[in-house]
Design a protein around this ligand. Structure first.
Ligand SMILES: [Zn+2]
Length: 239
């Protein structure tokens, strides 16, 4: 399948590139990708995922809020962040959450060779596993963008790629109500939510808006009778 991102003709640079590309990906995710790759799981709930951590400020704040809500989530970590903040990575696991792989550095795979992509992902798996004691199962590339090398590397390393069906665009550090509105715009029963517990690729302090949005999101999700869970539960095969 040809990825829609590859058809982009508009030159994009810097921050515009960083966030315009995933927009294209996400708009096409539910229809063009397989349900599993898009993060569509069992009915009756939604998966909650956080990218770009661990962050020494954002991640503990997210963990505290999740504990108050009684939610468990999946954290797609960057190997570079885990190397800088190993204790925070371990806190995520100790709190009962799931760790997953986002790569070592946050670079678009379309700009890298397949071997470089594989090495990047392999090093991230080793960093996360060595630090937390848990070998990740799920993988999500930076910006949600796949190259041919991404698919090959993930398969070769025994990882399962998972994107998302709804996101809060929380990197903009907008009002929490706006983050929740963005999520609810496309969130359906069985969907997967993307948020960020780190501002390492976002506006500084953006995680504060994310943290403030979580209780508001809880009210909306509960009103629909949906539970919130990590991907391991969400994508489990029905009994
Ligand atoms: Zn990211």
């Amino acid at each position: 399948m040809r990825h829609p991102v590859a058809t982009l003709a508009v030159p994009l640079t810097g921050a515009a590139l960083a966030h315009a590309l995933p927009a294209v990906t996400a708009r096409n995710t539910p229809r063009r990708l397989t349900p599993h790759l898009a993060g569509e799981g069992r009915p009756g709930g939604v998966a909650l995922t956080f990218d770009d951590g661990p962050d020494p400020l954002g991640t503990p704040a997210v963990l505290e809020t999740l504990a108050g809500l009684g939610w468990r989530a999946t954290f797609f970590m960057l190997g570079s962040q885990v190397r800088q903040h190993p204790a925070i990575a371990r806190q995520v696991v100790d709190a009962g959450h799931e760790v997953a792989v986002h790569g070592t550095v946050h670079r678009n795979h379309l700009t890298r060779t397949p071997l470089a992509v594989r090495r990047d992902i392999r090093l991230a798996v080793e960093q996360i596993t060595g630090t937390t004691g848990v070998r990740p199962r799920w993988f999500r590339p930076p910006y949600g963008i796949f190259s041919g090398g991404t698919h090959w590397a993930a398969r070769d390393l025994g990882l399962v790629p998972v994107l998302w069906t709804a996101w809060g665009k929380d990197w903009r550090a907008g009002p929490p109500v706006q983050i929740v509105a963005e999520v609810m715009h496309t969130l359906r029963d069985g969907g997967t939510v993307l948020l960020h517990d780190s501002d390492c690729t976002s506006r500084p302090g953006s995680w504060r808006s994310t943290v403030a949005a979580l209780p508001l999101l809880a009210a909306r999700v509960r009103a629909q009778g949906l539970e919130v869970r990590p991907l391991a539960d969400h994508l489990a095969a029905p009994c």
